[in-house]
Ligand binder design. Structure first.
Ligand code: PRP
Ligand code: ZN
Length: 285
C-alpha cells in the first residue's frame, strides 16, 4: 500500500496551522521536533518536516509528493508544481517598503535604488514589468534591518501585521503580490497516491465547510414557520418538530454564520425564541 509524502514547514509561520489542518481532519500526526519523517498511524500519509525554501524542489524531484507552502515561497522558487488546494491561512503580502521619513510619489522612486530581499526573482520580474531598473540585493534573512545598516535603500519582504516594518522605521509603499498557504503537488503522482490526495482534500473541504456554517435551533409559533423558512437561505428542507406547547415548533437547520447574524433581527421579529447556534465539526456536502 503506497503512502503519500507531505512536506510541511519544520518551524515557522506555517507550521502550526499546517499541523492543525491534519488534526482537524482527524489525521493523527507527530510533530517534527525529533524526526524528519513522521508517519501517521491512522491515514496513509508521512509528513516530512523541512525548511520552507526547500519544499518546492523536494516536490518537483518527487522526494515529497505534496507540500504545504506559502504562495510567495513557491513563486520565488520557479518550480513547476500544481495547486491542489488554496488553504486560506497564512495570508500575507509581499511588499516594497522604504524608510518612514522618505517622500514617496510612485514606483519611479525605485529607479537606481538598492533593494534588499529574499524574493529576488519575484521583485526583478515585478520591476521589469513596471520598467524600473533597480539593484536587487538578495539576502537570506533579517531583510528589515538592511536600510538601517546602510545595506540598502529599500526592502521587499513579507508583511502580515505590519509590526516588523513599524518597529524598523519602514513604511509599506507597493504591494507586489498577495500570498496564502497552498497545498502543492507533483504533476506525476501514481494513481494510488492521487487517490490518497483526493481523500485528504475531501476531508479538508468538509472541515472548511463546517467552519463557515453553524447548526441553528430555534423555537417559533407555527404560523411563523413558513416565513422563517423563507428568510433562512440555503436550506433545502429544515427539520421542524412540534413542541409540547401547542401552536409552537422547533426548527433545526444549517446556516452560514455571517448570514445568520444579518438575519437575527428578522428572526426575532417573527417570534423566534431560544435560538441556539452550535458549531459543526465536519460537514459532508
Ligand atoms: C516575515 C518577514 C517579517 C515578518 C513580517 O518573516 O520576513 O520578518 O514575517 O510579519 P509582520 O508584518 O506580522 O511583522 P517570517 O516569519 O515569514 O520568517 P522568514 O521570512 O524568516 O522565513
Ligand atoms: Zn524561510
Amino acid at each position: 500500500m503506497e503512502r503519500l509524502k507531505i512536506a510541511i514547514q519544520k518551524s515557522g509561520r506555517l507550521t502550526e496551522d499546517s499541523q492543525q489542518l491534519f488534526s482537524e481532519c482527524s489525521i493523527d500526526i507527530q510533530d517534527g521536533k525529533r524526526q524528519l519523517l513522521a508517519p501517521s498511524a491512522n491515514f496513509p500519509i508521512d509528513l516530512l518536516y523541512l525548511r520552507d525554501d526547500d519544499i518546492p524542489q523536494y516536490i518537483a524531484d518527487g522526494v515529497a509528493d505534496v507540500g504545504i507552502l506559502g504562495e510567495n515561497v513557491w513563486i520565488e522558487s520557479q518550480t513547476e508544481l500544481r495547486i491542489a488546494k488554496r488553504l486560506g491561512f497564512a495570508k500575507c503580502r509581499l511588499s516594497l517598503a522604504i524608510p518612514r521619513g522618505e517622500k514617496y510619489e510612485g514606483i519611479d522612486y525605485f529607479r537606481g535604488k538598492r533593494i534588499a530581499t529574499t524574493y529576488a526573482n519575484i521583485v526583478k520580474k515585478y520591476l521589469a514589468e513596471k520598467g524600473i531598473a533597480a539593484e536587487i540585493h538578495e539576502i537570506s534573512g533579517s531583510v528589515e534591518i538592511a536600510p538601517n545598516i546602510g545595506l540598502a535603500d529599500a526592502i521587499c519582504d513579507i508583511v502580515s501585521t505590519g509590526s516588523t516594518l513599524m518597529s524598523n522605521g519602514l513604511k509599506e509603499v507597493e504591494t507586489v503580490m498577495y500570498s496564502e498557504a497552498l497545498m502543492l503537488a507533483n504533476h506525476n503522482l501514481s494513481p494510488e497516491k492521487e487517490a490518497i490526495l483526493q481523500k485528504l482534500l475531501f476531508r479538508i473541504e468538509a472541515v472548511a465547510a463546517a467552519k463557515q456554517n453553524k447548526y441553528i435551533l430555534l423555537n417559533a409559533p407555527n404560523d411563523s414557520m413558513d416565513a422563517i423558512c423563507n428568510i433562512l437561505p440555503g436550506m433545502k428542507s429544515p427539520t421542524i418538530l412540534p413542541l409540547a406547547q401547542s401552536g409552537w415548533s422547533s426548527l433545526h437547520s444549517v446556516v452560514n454564520e455571517e448570514i445568520f447574524w444579518e438575519l437575527i433581527d428578522q428572526l426575532k421579529a417573527l417570534g423566534a425564541q431560544g435560538i441556539l447556534v452550535v458549531p459543526i465539526e465536519k460537514m459532508i456536502l
